[in-house]
Design a protein around this ligand. Structure first.
Ligand SMILES: [Zn+2]
Length: 312
């Protein structure tokens, strides 16, 4: 197995202000834990290229792309930030970081489809799954996973893909983007009712949403995923699987109130690997979304990577 690890130093320069939980320290914690776990040497480290604006335009409106670019570049040479919404800010480096985050997902997709690598994890920020076709929100600027999925469909000509979103928040942006595209099956669970307060009602798209009450644990997630996700994934027969890999459902993560542990991320990743092996020639591109307790995040990413790289 060759598992790639895509990242870029620019992703650590995007900073939404002191004390913001979606911090550059998240990526450093992941890199440190990979070294401490001695799996860093078993991964194919790759630098994330910059996405092109024409890549972003496959999913996002011209006005949204211009907003992020102009607001970020206007801050060049300053340490200031511009608030897009109460949760989401831009600094001088955000445009470049967002192009790297999207570029990682696109390059990983190209490399997996070309057969250069078996699968990939993109350790990038800003995250993406709340970003809609027209609006950055919820710590997200551009929707990295949606961009990669659409790239696989439109550029590489795949006919069916799946998106597995195990972040604790509903991936409202991803669901909106693919609401009228039956080529894309999205399966997710999320704490409900909880930010962004969507997902419990059908969107019209091909989606299996599992809203879960606060304090649900990994046992509940595994049971419902087995009953609802796996049959839908088997029926869809995706030719590639994209993962919105948020680790904020971990029991040590104070952002939400769920009870998952590393073993649950191991289990989830194994299920994704099995479906990918059966239908998708093993093709998986996983992108970091949430996960705000630095220790729990880093340990959970290692659990995820070990399964992707078939180290356990
Ligand atoms: Zn989240």
């Amino acid at each position: 197995m060759t598992t790639a690890f895509y990242t870029h130093p620019d992703c650590k320069l995007h900073d939404m202000g002191a004390g913001h939980p979606e911090s550059p320290a998240r990526l450093q914690a992941i890199e440190d834990q990979l070294i401490a776990s001695r799996i860093d040497q078993l991964l194919d480290y790759r630098g994330a290229p910059l996405a092109l604006e024409s890549d972003l335009a496959r999913v996002h409106s011209a006005a949204m792309i211009a907003l992020v670019r102009e607001r970020s570049l206007a801050l060049a040479g300053t340490s200031g930030t511009y608030q897009l919404d109460p949760d989401t800010a831009i600094n001088a480096h955000s445009w470049q970081a967002a192009l790297r985050a999207a570029g990682a997902a696109l390059a990983a997709t190209d490399a997996v489809i070309a057969g250069e690598i078996d699968n990939a994890f993109c350790s990038v920020r800003p995250p993406g799954h709340h970003a809609t076709s027209t609006t950055p929100m919820g710590f997200c600027l551009f929707n990295n996973v949606a961009l990669a999925a659409r790239h696989a469909l439109e550029v590489h000509g795949l006919e069916r893909v799946a998106i597995v979103d195990f972040d604790v928040h509903h991936g409202n942006g991803t669901e909106e983007i693919f609401a009228h595209d039956p080529r894309v099956l999205m399966v997710s669970f999320f704490q409900h009712p909880f930010y962004p307060f969507s997902g419990a009602e059908a969107s019209g798209g091909k989606a299996v949403n599992i809203p879960l009450p606060a304090y649900s644990d990994g046992k509940a997630v595994r049971q419902l995923a087995t009953e609802q996700w796996l049959p839908a994934l088997q029926a869809h027969r995706p030719q590639m699987i994209f993962v919105s890999a948020g680790f904020d459902a971990h029991r040590e993560d104070d952002m939400a109130q769920m009870g998952l542990v590393e073993a649950d991320y191991t289990w989830l990743t194994r299920q994704i690997m099995q479906v990918a092996a059966e239908h998708a020639q093993g093709r998986i591109v996983s992108c970091l979304e949430g996960g705000y307790d630095l220790s729990a995040l880093a340990r959970s990413v290692v659990a995820h990577m070990k399964v992707l790289a078939e180290l356990e």
